[in-house]
Ligand binder design. Structure first.
Ligand SMILES: NC(=O)c1ccc[n+]([C@@H]2O[C@H](COP(=O)([O-])OP(=O)(O)OC[C@H]3O[C@@H](n4cnc5c(N)ncnc54)[C@H](OP(=O)(O)O)[C@@H]3O)[C@@H](O)[C@H]2O)c1
Length: 238
């Protein structure tokens, strides 16, 4: 029997991270979820919860396992506003939760990621980095930094057996996107903007993250993977 794989999923209690946690548990892996609250998690013998708030400077991250095969950092934000109204604080808080939180977690996990021999880190960007969208100045800036971090760490860690990739989804039906999808009219308008004709579901994005965390993704590193119903690359004739 193969030894059990350990995963650390920051933000594994909601949306894409929760779907990822459920898929990993179903595959027989052990999952350590880091978030502010465990309320939305169903107990499971291979599920461990650690309370961490990544929105504060130098978050306290303790109790990580000695060996980590997969790490995903899912906390994120959607603060959309016209550029002239965006305050410095909005840019700083987006940077803190999307970029610095991941930096702190990866630094805390580095010895355990190395100890695993072969390991994988998955970060989250957004379709709005490669495709310009109005009102996305702050989040696109922060996620652009996530994409730079992904490639830099993939290069730095390649010789240590640690792969680093990022997923750039378009609008996905999760609590984070609730305000953008809370009426049938908004859902219909968002569906129409996607060449495939609908927004994403958390399970679809989580399946890609699970692949990257597994040994099936073992030759992929330094990539930004676009999972977005065709939004970033396709133009349909009217
Ligand atoms: N949904 C979309 O349309 C969409 C589109 C593009 C990119 N993305 C990206 O995909 C990733 C996952 O998004 P999602 O929609 O699944 O988000 P979500 O449903 O809001 O889930 C976020 C998770 O992160 C945790 N979290 C949030 N703030 C935290 C903090 N300060 N400290 C610790 N944990 C925190 C939450 O738990 P607690 O609240 O209990 O802490 C929750 O488990 C994000 O990086 C997001 O930017 C999402």
């Amino acid at each position: 029997m193969l030894p059990m794989r350990n995963h650390v999923i920051a933000g594994g209690s909601s949306g894409i991270g929760k779907a990822l946690t459920e898929q990993l548990l179903a595959a027989g892996d052990r999952v350590h979820v880091l978030a502010r609250s465990s309320r939305a998690l169903e107990p499971h013998r291979n599920l461990h919860f650690m309370e961490v708030d990544f929105s504060v400077p130098s978050p306290s991250i303790q109790g990580l396992p000695d060996e980590i095969h997969g790490l995903a950092y899912c906390p994120g934000s959607i603060q959309l506003a016209p550029f002239h109204r965006m305050k410095e604080d909005a840019f700083l808080s987006d940077y803190r939760i999307n970029v610095l939180g991941a930096v702190h977690l990866i630094q805390a996990a580095l010895p355990a990621l190395k100890k695993a021999g072969q390991s994988s880190v998955v970060l989250f960007s957004t379709v709005a980095v490669q495709t310009g969208m109005p009102f996305h100045a702050s989040i696109a800036s922060a996620k652009g930094a996530v994409e730079g971090l992904t490639r830099a760490l993939a290069a730095e860690f390649a010789a240590s057996g640690i792969r680093v990739n990022a997923i750039a989804p378009s609008l996905t039906q999760t609590p984070l996107a609730e305000r953008l999808l809370n009426t049938p009219e908004k859902v219909e308008a968002s569906n129409k903007r996607h060449p495939i004709g609908r927004v994403g579901q958390p399970d679809e994005v989580a399946a890609l993250a699970a692949l990257l965390l597994s040994e099936r993704g073992s030759w992929m590193t330094g990539q930004i993977l676009h999972i977005d119903g065709g939004m970033s690359h396709l133009r349909l004739f009217a």
